[in-house]
Design a protein around this ligand. Structure first.
Ligand code: ATP
Ligand code: MG
Length: 190
């Protein structure tokens, strides 16, 4: 038994050349047990692919039927046999009172998977995300991706995805460590 200490956040960059690569990432993410209680932020401009990634993820988790973008409702929820999922889009979120009235505080205090597009619009309300997925258009179908693990859960999510799709792209594949003195995570490994 040995223990390893890592310093967070951990940043990984990649290129997804087409939507099939986005789907492969989503399927790998869906297979991670860490998803059972995680908060993932999806960042990027309009049309970057945030909702598309969430749709592939929800499908991979077993959601059937129409998957609506929560742009107008702010949140869509899904009850899977062993997993509750909330998909937020805070683009139109502006009223802090809504945070309490709509029960968002309770949702973030509950176990399950929380996914949030446009988290900047709810700054001050949201807890620290386990994983931040930043998407940027490279061309019509290629997306530059930055994955940032901010907690041990986020780190394990990245590791689990890597173990399934170790080289999901033809592009950059780099892992760099940034040391933040205030945050560290360790886990024992056999
Ligand atoms: N590699 C890719 N990954 C994700 N989406 C892609 C990719 N290539 C093409 N697309 C297309 O880009 C579009 C992304 O739209 P989507 O609604 O997911 O963006 P969004 O980031 O959620 O935007 P918004 O900020 O308006 O909510 C979709 O039409 C999708 O089919
Ligand atoms: Mg969207």
């Amino acid at each position: 038994m040995c223990s390893e200490t890592v310093h967070l956040p951990i940043v990984k960059t990649a290129v997804w050349p087409d939507e099939a690569a986005t789907q492969r990432f989503a399927a790998a993410l869906a297979a991670s047990p860490e998803l059972r209680n995680a908060f993932i932020e999806l960042r990027g401009n309009l049309g970057a692919g945030k909702t598309t990634l969430v749709r592939h993820l929800l499908r991979a988790l077993g959601v059937q039927g129409r998957i609506k973008s929560p742009t107008y409702a702010v949140v869509e929820s899904y009850e899977l046999p062993d997993l509750a999922v909330w998909h937020f889009d805070f683009y139109r979120f502006s009223d802090p009172q809504e945070w309490e009235d709509a029960g968002f505080r309770d949702i973030f205090a509950s176990p399950g998977l929380k996914l949030a597009e446009w988290p900047d619009k709810a700054t001050g309300h949201l807890p620290i995300a386990d994983l931040v997925v930043q998407l940027a258009l490279q061309d019509d179908t290629a997306r530059q991706v930055t994955l940032t693990a901010q907690t041990l859960t986020g780190l394990l999510l990245i590791q689990d995805v890597d173990s399934i799709v170790p080289n999901p792209t033809h592009g950059q594949e780099a892992i760099s460590l940034e040391n933040l003195p205030t945050q560290s995570a360790s886990r024992a490994s056999a």
